[in-house]
Write a protein of this length. Structure first.
Length: 140
C-alpha cells in the first residue's frame, strides 16, 4: 500500500463564511471532489458507471474540523479506501495545508448502487476494480 491519492485545491473567496473562514459545508465539497478525482484517476468514469447501471453513493459523512482555512490557502485532500468486505466501504480523507497543518478529517461510508435493483452491490471493491483501468489506485 502506497501513499493515499491526493488532489490540491485552492480556497476561493466566495467559499468563505462571514468570519473569513472556509464555510463548513465546503470542506465536504472538497472531499467529494477528491472522491471523484480518485475514481477518474483509476479510470472509473461516470460514463462507465452509467454503462454498468451503477453509481457510487455516500451513506454517511463525518467531518472533524482541526484548523481554519482562509482565502488563498491551498489544501491537499487525500482519499483512501478501506475495504472491509460487505456492501459498504470506508473512505478516509485528510485536508492538509502544504506545510502539513491538518485542517480537517473526513470519514465516510459509501457503497455502489445498482441502479436497476435500487440496492447496493454485494462486492463494491470488485465492482470498482472491474470498471477501473488502473485499479491499484483504489488500494493505495
Amino acid at each position: 500500500m502506497g501513499d493515499p491519492f491526493k488532489v490540491r485545491v485552492g480556497v476561493r473567496g466566495y467559499e468563505l463564511d462571514t468570519l473569513g473562514h472556509l464555510n463548513q459545508a465546503v470542506y465536504l465539497q472538497y472531499a467529494e471532489h477528491a472522491r471523484w478525482e480518485v475514481l477518474r484517476a483509476a479510470g472509473a468514469t461516470p460514463e462507465k458507471f452509467l454503462a454498468s447501471r451503477s453509481a457510487p453513493v455516500m451513506l454517511e459523512n463525518t467531518i472533524r474540523y482541526r484548523a481554519e482555512l482562509r482565502a488563498g490557502d491551498e489544501v491537499d485532500v487525500t482519499c483512501a479506501f478501506e475495504w472491509a468486505g460487505g456492501k459498504t466501504f470506508r473512505l478516509r480523507q485528510e485536508l492538509r495545508k502544504p506545510d502539513g497543518t491538518l485542517s480537517a478529517e473526513v470519514t465516510a461510508v459509501g457503497g455502489i448502487l445498482d441502479l436497476d435493483a435500487r440496492r447496493l452491490v454485494v462486492d463494491p471493491r470488485a465492482h470498482l476494480r472491474k470498471l477501473a483501468d488502473n485499479p491499484e489506485i483504489l488500494d493505495a
